[in-house]
Design a protein around this ligand. Structure first.
Ligand code: 26Q
Length: 754
C-alpha cells in the first residue's frame, strides 16, 4: 500500500515512469519527495527552543539517512529494484557537503539527528560555504587542494526569502537564509539554518583554492577555514563568524518575539549552545541587539548569561581563538564597545588578571564565553577534568557550578544502521530493533558472546565489509587491498598531536624487521584517511612520508604480501562510512591529554573493531566500558605527559640516541630507499623536526606502541573466534556512546527543553 503511494508520487514528480526516468531524474524526485515528507513532521514550537550555533556542520550525504529516519528506506529500495534501478547508485550521485573540518563539525551533525529523534525542539545555525573544506588528492606523493563542489540544483539546502541586514566593516550586507530539514528517526523535523550572501562569486577562485582575500562581498562564504595562517585569512574568519552570529541572533530574537517573548523573558524561549569559540561573538551581538530593543546593558548581560552555554573542544592553547582588538575594531566596530564593557564586568567579578577578556590588546573569546554563559562543558570526562584542574583552573575556582562534562556521542542511525546494514540486520536478528532508539539494549548481545555460531557470523560480516572496502578502493583509486590481512585504520585530521607519525615509525620498524627475516604474525593493511591544513607544513610532510613509504613497500615483492599502506584520498563522511565497518584495529594513538574526546573511536567500536589507544579523551571511557581484556592500551598517562610539559625536560634527542630500534626507524625517513622515491626537502624536515623537537612525544611511547600492536596482531592471527568475541563485547558496550545519551544529558543539565 505504502509502496504504491510512494511510487505514484515519484512517478508524478519525474513526469514519467521510473523505468523510463534517468537516475538523475529519480534522484531529483526523491529529493522533492523526502523534503515534502519531512515537512509533514514539522511540529508546533512550544516552550524553550534550542539553537545550536556552529561554524561547522559536517552532515554528510542526506538521502539514505533521511529515508531511514522517515522509515521508508526499504520501501524505496524495493520500488526502485522493481523498476530496474538501484538505490546504491542513486546514493553515489549525491554530492557530500563538506561543511566541517572534522570532529567538532561531525558532532554537530550527530547532535541534530539526536535532537530531532528525541523529539526536542532545536535548530542549527551555521554558514553555507560554497566549497566547504578543500577537496584533497595526492600527486607526486603530496597533498593537492582543489575546491570541493557540492552545490547543485539537487541540493538539500532550500533557498528562502528571509534575509537579515548585517554590518561588516561599516557596510551593510544581506545575509540570506537557506534551510535544510532535519528529520529524526521516527521523530520530528527541525531545521538547519545556513546563512550566505547573494553576492558570492565562485569564479574568483583561481588556481587550487586561491582567491583574492580582499573581495569580502565576493569571497565571504567560499570556503571553510582550515587554519588561520595569514592575516587576510584571519580577518576573513572574523567576517564569516560575525555574519553567522549576527544573522543567527536576529533570527533567534525574531522567532522568540513571534512566539510571545518580550525579550526580558528570553530564557523561557531560547537556549543557545555555542560550539567552541567560533560563534562566541553571539554574546556581544545579542547584547547589542537587546540594547536596540530598549533593554539596559546590565539586564541584557543577565539575559544572555541565562540563555547561552559554551562547549570547549580543545586543550591545545594554540587552537583557542584570540582576536587582536585592532582586527575586531576593523570588522565589527559596533561590538568593540560592548566587549570592552564586558571586560570591565569580568574584571569586577575577579581581580585575577588571567580571567580578563582583553589582555594585551587581544580578545580571548573563551574567556568571554565562560563569564557570560551559564554552562561550560568539556566533551569527555578526562578532558573536563583537565580543563578544571589546569587549563581553565582559574575560571573553575571562580565559577565551580558552571563547569560540567558531556561525553560526546555518535548517532547510531548513520554509524550503524546506514553504514553497516549487514551487521545491523544481524544484531536485529539476535536482540530485535530496540537498540535503534534505545542504544543501551545493545548490552543484550552479551548473552551471545560465547555462541560459536554468532561469532562465526560476525567474522563473515567483517570479511564482507572488508571486501566491499576493497571494491570501493579499486574503483576509486585503483588500489587493491589484501583482504586476508588485518585492517588497521587511522582516520582523522592530520595533526601532530594525533600522532600519525607514530604509526609511520611503527610501519618503518615492521618493514625493517621483515627485511631482516622476522615476519609479523599476520599481514597488515594500514589504512589512513587524513586531510592536512594547507599551511600546516609538518602535517603535509607526514602525508608525504606515508605515501613515499607506501611506494617503498609496493616496490618490494617480498614485503608487499605482509605490509601495505593505503592512503584514502579526500577522507570525508562518505569515505568514513565505507572504511569504519571494514576495520579490525582502530588506531586512537594521540598523546595522552591532547585529544579532547575523539568520536571516530566510538564509531569503530560500534562497528566491531578493537581499539589500540592511549588513555586519552573518550578512550578512557571506552576502556572502562569494555574492560582491559577487550582493548589494547599503551603509552604514557595524561598525568605523566602534563608533568613532562611542566618540567619542560623532554629531550627527543636523548630518546633517539638511547633506543637503537627507534633510531633505526627515524633515520629510515632519510634513507636512500625513501629519498629515491620522495622529496628530500619534505623528508629531511620531518626527520629534523622529530629528533630536535617531537613536541607530541612520540619517542617515549614508541616501544610501548610496538609491543601492544604486536600483541594485537598476534592475538588476531592466533584465535579469530576470541577476537570476534572481543569485538562483540565492544559492540555490546557501545550504547553509552550514542549521541542520544549525550543529548539527553545536555537537555537534563543545560537546556531544559519540554
Ligand atoms: C580556529 C581558529 C582559526 C581557524 C580555525 C580554527 C579551528 C577550526 C576547527 C579550530 C578548531 C577546529 C576544530 C576542532 C575540532 O574538531 N575538535 C574536535 O572536537 C571533537 C568533538 O568534540 C573532539 O572529539 C575532538 O577530540 C576534538 O579535537
Amino acid at each position: 500500500m505504502m509502496n504504491l503511494e510512494i511510487e505514484k508520487q515519484l512517478t508524478s514528480l519525474c513526469g514519467k515512469t521510473l523505468k523510463e526516468a534517468s537516475n538523475q531524474e529519480i534522484y531529483h524526485a526523491l529529493l522533492l519527495y523526502v523534503q515534502s515528507e519531512s515537512k509533514k513532521k514539522i511540529q508546533k514550537e512550544e516552550g524553550r527552543k534550542l539553537y545550536y550555533i556552529s561554524a561547522e556542520f559536517l552532515i554528510g550525504k542526506l538521502l539514505s539517512n533521511n529515508l531511514i529516519n522517515l522509515g521508508i528506506y526499504e520501501d524505496v529500495k524495493e520500488i526502485l529494484n522493481n523498476s530496474g534501478k538501484n538505490l546504491a547508485d542513486l546514493e553515489e550521485m549525491e554530492l557530500e557537503p563538506s561543511l566541517g573540518n572534522g570532529g567538532l563539525g561531525r558532532l554537530a551533525a550527530c547532535f541534530l539527528d539526536s535532537i530531532a529523534t528525541l523529539n526536542l525542539l532545536g535548530d542549527g545555525i551555521g554558514l553555507r560555504y560554497h566549497f566547504g573544506l578543500f577537496h584533497q588528492n595526492f600527486k607526486n606523493n603530496l597533498q593537492n587542494e582543489t575546491p570541493d563542489i557540492w552545490l547543485s540544483d539537487d541540493c538539500w539546502a532550500e533557498k528562502t526569502d528571509v534575509t537579515y541586514p548585517v554590518m561588516l566593516a561599516g557596510k551593510e550586507v544581506k545575509a540570506r537564509l537557506y534551510t535544510i530539514y532535519v528529520t529524526g528517526y521516527e521523530g520530528r523535523t527541525n531545521r538547519l539554518n545556513l546563512f550566505d550572501l547573494d553576492t558570492i562569486d565562485e569564479s574568483i577562485v583561481e588556481e587550487g583554492i586561491c582567491f583574492d582575500k580582499s573581495k569580502i562581498l565576493e569571497n565571504l562564504t567560499l570556503f571553510l577555514y582550515p587554519d588561520d595562517s595569514d592575516e587576510a585569512g584571519r580577518l576573513l574568519r572574523i567576517y564569516q563568524q560575525y555574519l553567522m552570529v549576527s544573522a543567527g541572533a536576529q533570527l533567534i530574537l525574531e522567532e522568540c518575539h513571534k512566539r510571545g517573548s518580550n525579550y526580558h523573558d528570553l530564557k523561557d524561549y531560547a537556549a543557545i549552545q555555542i560550539n567552541d569559540t567560533h560563534p562566541s561573538m553571539v554574546i556581544p551581538e545579542l547584547i547589542r541587539l537587546l540594547e536596540e530593543k530598549g533593554i539596559e546593558f546590565e539586564e541584557a548581560v543577565e539575559i544572555v548569561e541565562q540563555v547561552c552555554a559554551y562547549t570547549n573542544h580543545t586543550i591545545l592553547s594554540e587552537a583557542l581563538e584570540k582576536w587582536p582588538v585592532s582586527s575586531l575594531e576593523k570588522v565589527v566596530p559596533q561590538l568593540m564597545p560592548i566587549i570592552k564593557k564586558l571586560d570591565e564586568v569580568a574584571r569586577k567579578r575577579s581581580d585575577n588578571e588571567n580571567t580578563a577578556i582583553i589582555l594585551n590588546d587581544v580578545v580571548h573569546m573563551a574567556h568571554m564565553d565562560i563569564h557570560f554563559s551559564h554552562s561550560t562543558n568539556g566533551v569527555a570526562q578526562l578532558h573536563t577534568d583537565i580543563l578544571k584542574e589546569s587549563e581553565l583552573a582559574d575560571f573553575y575556582a571562580l565559577y565551580p557550578d558552571k563547569f560540567n562534562n558531556k561525553t560526546n556521542g555518535i548517532t547510531f542511525r548513520r554509524w550503524l544502521i546506514a553504514c553497516n546494514p549487514k551487521l545491523c540486520a544481524f544484531i536485529e536478528s539476535l536482540i530485535g530493533k530496540g537498540f535503534h532508539k534505545n542504544a543501551s539494549e545493545l548490552e543484550k548481545l552479551l548473552d551471545h558472546v560465547n555462541d560459536e555460531k554468532v561469532l562465526g557470523e560476525l567474522i563473515q560480516i567483517k570479511k564482507h565489509n572488508k571486501h566491499q572496502l576493497n571494491v570501493w578502493m579499486k574503483k576509486k583509486q585503483g588500489i587493491e587491498l589484501n583482504e586476508d590481512a588485518m585492517f588497521s585504520i587511522q582516520s582523522k585530521r592530520l595533526h601532530e598531536y594525533k600522532r600519525q607519525q607514530l604509526n609511520l615509525l611503527f610501519l618503518i620498524h615492521q618493514y625493517l624487521e621483515i627485511k631482516n627475516g622476522h615476519k609479523p604474525s599476520v599481514p597488515l593493511v594500514s589504512i589512513f584517511g587524513a586531510k592536512a591544513a594547507p599551511a600546516y607544513t609538518i602535517a603535509k610532510d607526514i602525508i608525504h612520508a606515508l605515501l613515499t613509504l607506501s611506494n617503498v613497500f609496493n616496490e618490494d615483492e617480498a614485503v608487499k604480501k605482509w605490509l601495505q599502506i593505503v592512503m584514502v584520498e579526500n577522507y570525508n563522511v562518505s569515505a568514513a562510512e565505507k572504511m569504519i565497518p571494514a576495520c579490525d584495529l582502530s588506531e586512537q594513538i594521540s598523546l595522552a591529554s591532547k585529544e579532547a574526546s575523539g568520536t571516530g573511536n566510538m564509531k569503530f567500536m560500534l562497528n566491531g573493531a578493537l581499539t589500540l589507544g592511549t588513555m586519552d579523551g573518550a578512550n578512557v571511557e571506552i576502556a572502562q566500558a569494555v574492560g582491559n581484556d577487550n582493548i589494547f592500551i599503551f603509552g604514557a598517562s595524561s598525568k605523566q605527559v602534563i608533568e613532562r610539559y611542566q618540567k619542560n625536560d623532554y629531550c627527543a634527542l636523548d630518546w633517539y640516541e638511547s633506543d637503537p630500534n627507534l633510531k633505526r626507524a627515524v633515520d629510515f625517513i632519510i634513507s636512500d630507499e625513501m629519498l629515491s622515491m620522495g622529496n628530500e626537502e619534505n623528508l629531511r624536515r620531518l626527520h629534523h623536526e622529530l629528533i630536535h623537537k617531537d613536541w607530541f612525544q612520540t619517542f617515549p611511547d614508541f616501544n610501548a606502541y610496538l609491543v601492544r600492536k604486536g600483541q594485537a596482531m598476534e592475538e588476531y592471527s592466533r584465535d579469530e573466534k576470541l577476537w570476534a568475541k572481543k569485538a562483540l563485547i565492544n559492540i555490546a558496550h557501545a550504547g553509552f556512546f550514542s549521541s542520544d545519551r549525550t543529548i539527553e544529558e545536555y537537555n537534563r543539565d543545560i537546556w531544559h527543553l519540554h
